[in-house]
Design a protein around this ligand. Structure first.
Ligand code: NA7
Length: 556
């Protein structure tokens, strides 16, 4: 431990509490990071702005909130005991159960002692003389750390749109990504929901069962595939548990999206109409995100994509009785899958209920919120409560809220003003010893997040251990490696249909945000091999500085 002595949380020469590593966020990424750091004998401090662990599952408590990856797969794999003992109740566990799991992990691995809740990291400044970060938190304290890990999550910065009159609304206003902890009862109320992304698609069917009337304001329709959620039987759980070694291996190494599933062996246009329709039916009946795995070229070839999009549009027309409403619900301005596909329970059928109205605001937008109504170009819709299902400043939003200053006091926001720039999504040049978990430039939100989180955390942990073993104290992405990676991420994205949609992957949902395709499309297996290869070549593309050398430079 010569180059990276464990500080044990003691004061350093400046009188500040000193840690080896500060981790920002106690969601699934932050918790696993802490567990691995402790395993290395490193002293870490985790700061979490929420009142408990769980990250996105702590905040997103809206009715109907569930993960869109099956729970037997959206769960940690690092501990076989954990995956053998935890009993998921449903195919797609509801948010309270995922949060319970997060809490179980915190307790089972005794993590809480090093997690400080209700504390936001406001500022992190790199000191080039000492090669340490000074981290200032919302409780007015500053600590130092050799390394900082941003485990801030990709969808944690809820976005409230700038709509005229919103603050004058007389009823309650809720954001799906910031839902109250106490239960919300819409019984007898006229409710308005703005947005038709995944959060709305999950919550609308549940709110419709409670509300006197529900009005859904839709700017862009989305493709949604049924979840066919159901209770998991003991046999189903057992089948997973028995086969976990292969399921987890496949998810990590072979699946592009980190999900164990049957992979396609041909393109959509290789089949005739009947065979293709049968294939889509089969995938529809299976349900969920893997619908897009019906064929291997759906996200590459527009003509192939059209066949899948047409199939789902036909399904919508079959389910929704009123033809005009069905037409409005049929997405027509982006290829299927180029925005994250939604997974629902009775979403389209909800529009057959007499107490549900769909309002198309594509042309006019929402003009204003009145004290008791939503005003569109055509009409005022009276409501008693308003739900904003308007999404997040995704991938970069929660990082941007922290004043991060690297070499020469340059802020990360300045560096990323024209779009995030990272090497492998893990580090950004000019910001030594600052790691990002599932950051832009990595598969991240295109994958089963827990697979990507574990891969990043393991890579970072191995890297720290490697540095320690060789006496390195500082690590930084080189400009050349970063430029090449940014170009590669962009080049791969351009080979696909993804950039054709105005998605949050592109930053297109935030006015003024640069339109750059942020996640890496190469797939988790390919990406993992690239990262492993970089490590095997002595962390190629990263500059390492020995602690002694860095100190000597300071002294001279
Ligand atoms: P999304 O997918 O970003 O959806 C947000 C929705 O809100 C989308 O339909 C937007 O329409 C709509 N929106 C946003 N601002 C406005 C305004 N000002 N007026 C009207 N409509 C608006 O967020 P979600 O929370 O649903 O899902 C995020 C991810 O969480 C999801 O992909 C899963 O991975 C889990 P637009 O499409 O911009 O026209």
């Amino acid at each position: 431990m010569s180059a990276l002595p464990s500080m044990s949380g003691k004061d350093d020469a400046t009188g500040l509490k000193a840690y080896d590593v500060v981790v920002v966020g106690a969601g699934f990424a932050g918790m696993y990071m802490l567990h691995r750091l402790r395993g290395q004998g490193l002293k870490a401090r985790v700061y979490e702005q929420g009142g408990d662990v769980g990250g996105t599952w702590y905040w997103n408590r809206y009715p109907g909130a569930r993960c869109d990856v099956e729970s037997m797969q959206y769960s940690y794999s690092f501990s076989d005991e954990l995956q053998q003992e935890w009993n998921w109740s449903e195919r797609y566990a509801p948010q309270p159960e995922i949060l319970k799991y997060a809490n179980h992990v915190a307790d089972r691995f005794n993590l809480r002692g090093d997690i400080q809740l209700n504390t936001r990291v406001d500022r992190a400044v790199f000191d080039e003389d000492t090669n340490t970060w000074a981290v200032a938190t919302s409780d007015g304290k500053t600590v130092t750390a050799k390394f900082v890990v941003l485990a801030t999550g990709c969808l944690s910065n809820a976005r409230v749109p700038d709509i005229r009159g919103l603050k004058d609304f007389r009823g309650e206003v809720y954001h799906t990504g910031h839902w109250p902890h106490e239960s919300v009862d819409f019984t007898g109320l006229r409710v308005g929901v703005i947005g038709t992304g995944s959060s709305a698609i999950q919550s609308v069917p549940v709110i419709a069962q409670q509300a006197r009337h529900l009005t859904v304001f839709q700017r862009t329709p989305n493709f949604s595939i049924p979840a066919w959620n159901a209770e998991l039987t003991a046999e189903e759980r057992e089948a997973f548990r028995k086969n976990y070694p292969e399921i987890r291996r496949f998810a990590r190494e072979e699946a592009r999206n980190g999900i164990y599933a049957e992979l396609p062996d041909r393109g959509a246009l290789d089949d005739g109409d009947n065979a293709r329709r049968a294939k889509y039916e089969q995938r529809w009946e299976k349900g969920g995100l893997t619908f897009m795995l019906a064929y291997n070229n759906l996200i590459l070839d527009k003509a192939a994509n059209d066949t899948a999009a047409d199939f789902v549009r036909d399904k919508i027309a079959e389910i929704v009785k009123d033809p005009e409403t069905a037409k409005l619900l049929q997405p027509d301005n982006h290829p299927i899958g180029s925005k994250r596909i939604c997974v629902d329970t009775e979403y389209y059928a909800t529009f057959n209920r007499p107490n549900v109205t769909l309002v198309d605001i594509r042309a006019s937008g929402i003009e204003a919120i009145l004290p008791n109504a939503v005003r569109t170009g055509a009409k005022d819709y009276e409501i008693d409560a308003l739900v904003l299902a308007t999404g997040f400043d995704a991938m970069t939003g929660s990082v941007a809220r922290i004043d991060i200053r690297g070499r020469g006091e340059k802020t990360l926001n300045q560096k990323w003003a024209e779009g995030p720039k990272t090497y492998l999504g893990l580090m950004s040049e000019g910001f030594p010893n600052l790691f990002i978990v599932t950051g832009p430039g990595s598969p991240s939100v295109l994958s089963n997040m827990i697979v990507s989180i574990e891969q990043h955390v393991d890579w970072i942990t191995d890297c720290l251990s490697w540095m320690r073993g060789r006496g390195f104290g500082t690590m930084e992405a080189s400009k050349e490696a970063e430029d090449k990676w940014v170009a590669h991420v962009n080049e791969v994205a351009q080979l696909t249909l993804y950039p054709q949609a105005n998605s949050w992957y592109m930053g297109a949902n935030i006015p003024g945000k640069p339109r750059i395709f942020m996640p890496y499309i190469g797939g988790v297996g390919v990406y993992r091999r690239i990262c492993d290869d970089v490590a095997a070549k002595g962390y190629e593309g990263f500059a390492m500085t020995a602690k002694e050398r860095a100190q000597a430079a300071v002294a001279s």
